[in-house]
Design a protein around this ligand. Structure first.
Ligand code: N2P
Length: 339
């Protein structure tokens, strides 16, 4: 047997014997299994992958956890919230030799000015999908069109509080990050009027709702639309006239994480150009890793669904922290979902 192979096998056995485990708490369908296996093969660290469907679900669990998670992947506005509440620990950049691969335009953003606590993982949009095979009328062009009566019983929304409010707020001409209680209330009323059209709020596997014929139109994450189209060619992803929702998710380490060293190793592993390319191609979201681009299939880079063009980006609104106004959103969201 080749010596280095023997050596890595021994290493794997000894680390496995030590029982080193990395607990990753991430969105569903947001990290290809191939990448996890590669990491375990290279490091001997076992990955325990647990998933959530929304920032809110993740936040509730992390807030009350006693160190169950070593790595989590919040959106920008939850990075700032977790950080402000002292729930994160600083990232040791000296341990990240691949950090230079990231596009500096996505670093040092408002939610974490020096990236002391977060490293960008993926970014993307939330917009409108249509399944032309099911849709018998003219496709929607705007968020406002989702209220058209002919979509009744064919529409899905993401199960995502801020995003669903964002759509209603934009339809009313307000910012998707409104902190004005009157505007949030108006958005809630607007959403009540949409309720009869909604077949489900789905943030788990919305593409199944499409491929199984339950939904013909609605809100979706770009990666989900990209994967849905691979199964069903009649699915397209369009950007509404009011502008898409723009978001970015980052890797962060909770304050009470148990395996901080392995968490850093995993973050660094994800920033390897080949791994970042695999992730972007496999799940259809945009990587902030500029060194990865030369490895990504040009068809994926050229896809407006995965990598929106400048015009789309200019028209989109990035989700940001709404501070104390979050309580208004939560209050109306609970009412809406009780309906
Ligand atoms: C994919 C998760 C998308 C993350 N299931 C949205 N911020």
């Amino acid at each position: 047997m080749h010596r280095s192979l023997l050596f890595s096998l021994l290493l794997m056995l000894t680390t496995a014997a030590r029982g080193e485990t990395l607990n990753i708490y991430n969105w569903s369908d947001y990290l290809p299994e191939m990448a996890i296996n590669q990491f375990s093969y290279e490091t001997g660290i076992t990955v325990n992958y647990i998933t959530y469907e929304s920032n809110e679900e993740m936040y509730e669990r992390v807030k009350t956890s006693s160190g169950e998670y070593d790595l989590i992947v919040p959106s920008t506005y939850y990075v700032s919230k977790l950080r402000a509440e002292g729930l994160l620990q600083p990232i040791d950049k000296a341990k990240l030799k691949n950090l230079q691969n990231l596009d500096e335009r996505l670093l040092n953003q408002k939610h974490d000015p020096e990236n002391s606590f977060s490293i960008p993982y993926l970014w993307g949009t939330t917009s409108i999908f249509i399944d032309l095979a099911q849709l018998k009328t003219a496709p929607p062009k705007s968020w406002a069109d989702l209220w058209r009566p002919e979509f009744k019983g064919k529409l899905i929304l993401t199960d995502d509080m801020r995003e669903v409010f964002h759509v209603a707020l934009r339809t009313l001409g307000y910012s998707g990050n409104s902190t004005n209680p009157k505007e949030i209330e108006a958005a809630y009323k607007k959403l009540l009027a949409l309720q009869a059209s909604v077949v489900e709020y789905n943030s788990d596997e919305p593409r199944e709702a499409i491929t199984e014929g339950r939904a013909a139109v609605g809100m979706i994450w770009n990666g989900e639309a990209y994967l849905a189209r691979q199964d069903r060619f009649s699915v397209s992803y369009i950007y509404p006239t009011e502008g898409a929702i723009l978001w970015m998710d980052s890797l962060v380490i909770p304050k009470n994480a148990k395996n901080v060293t392995a968490a850093h190793r995993f973050i660094d592993f994800l920033m390897k150009p080949g791994v970042a390319a695999l992730v972007s191609e496999n799940i259809g979201y945009a990587t902030p890793n500029k060194a990865a681009f030369k490895y990504i299939d040009p068809l994926v880079i050229g896809s407006k669904t995965v990598y929106p063009d400048d015009e789309t980006l200019k028209n989109a609104e990035l989700q940001i922290d709404v501070g104390n106004a979050l309580a208004h959103y939560e209050n109306y969201w609970a009412k809406l979902r009780e309906e």
